[in-house]
Ligand binder design. Structure first.
Ligand code: MLT
Length: 202
């Protein structure tokens, strides 16, 4: 997969996995990584799916209607890519935080739905429920931060609640930050994600 790898500062062996939103690319979330942990390594990946010229991490059949077969295939593809990238770039595979926004948050959530603790923790910014009707892997103690907008027209508050409940039922430690905002990322949300990261990850 197309990606950027940035080696972190010596002494910091943590890696941030960055997953952009629809129509974005691997450059988009670099400033967010800089705000959350400027000393960590960064693996920022470009989604492999092209939707009319827009990069995505998996296909969809319409707004908010996911192509489940492709989602499963792409989730496995990303999981394998992370393993390969860890070998290629020599970072610690067992010391990673996912930071995903929108479509990137959805594939990050899908990693959590399909693999047992595929990372150390996850920051999901405006995620949706990736799949329904499946049992989640065991997630006891797995930290998840969700950034949500009370007026988000794409990820509704009901969907955020459902995701929180499903992850918590599997044992994850979920913290939801709500703001009076839509689907856009806000400084306040990133500041709260950083505070959560400093408490949970370091
Ligand atoms: C998705 O398709 O993953 C969600 O609708 C979010 C987005 O618009 O990218």
């Amino acid at each position: 997969m197309k990606h950027i790898f940035k080696q972190g500062k010596q002494g910091n062996d943590h890696t941030l996995l960055l997953l952009h939103g629809t129509g974005g690319d691997e450059n988009d979330l670099l400033p967010i990584a800089e705000m959350i942990d400027p000393e960590a390594s960064v693996l920022s990946v470009r989604g492999n799916v092209d939707e009319n010229g827009m990069n995505r991490f998996f296909r969809r059949l319409g707004e908010g209607i996911f192509d489940e077969e492709d989602l499963i295939f792409r989730t496995k593809e990303l999981h394998e890519f992370i393993d390969e990238a860890a070998k290629e770039h020599g970072f610690d595979r067992n010391n990673m935080t996912a930071i995903g926004y929108s479509n990137g948050a959805n594939i990050a959530a899908s990693l959590l739905y399909h693999f047992e603790k595929p990372l150390n923790d996850a920051i999901l910014l405006h995620p949706m429920v990736p799949r329904r009707g499946i049992d989640l892997p065991e997630m006891t103690g797995f930290p998840v931060f969700i950034g949500a907008g009370a007026n988000d027209p794409i990820c509704s508050p009901e969907e955020t609640d459902e995701l929180e409940k499903t992850l918590s039922a599997a044992g994850a430690l979920v913290e939801v930050f709500w703001a009076n905002q839509g689907h856009q990322l806000t400084r306040e949300e990133v500041d709260n994600a950083k505070a959560w990261y400093d408490n949970n990850t370091k």
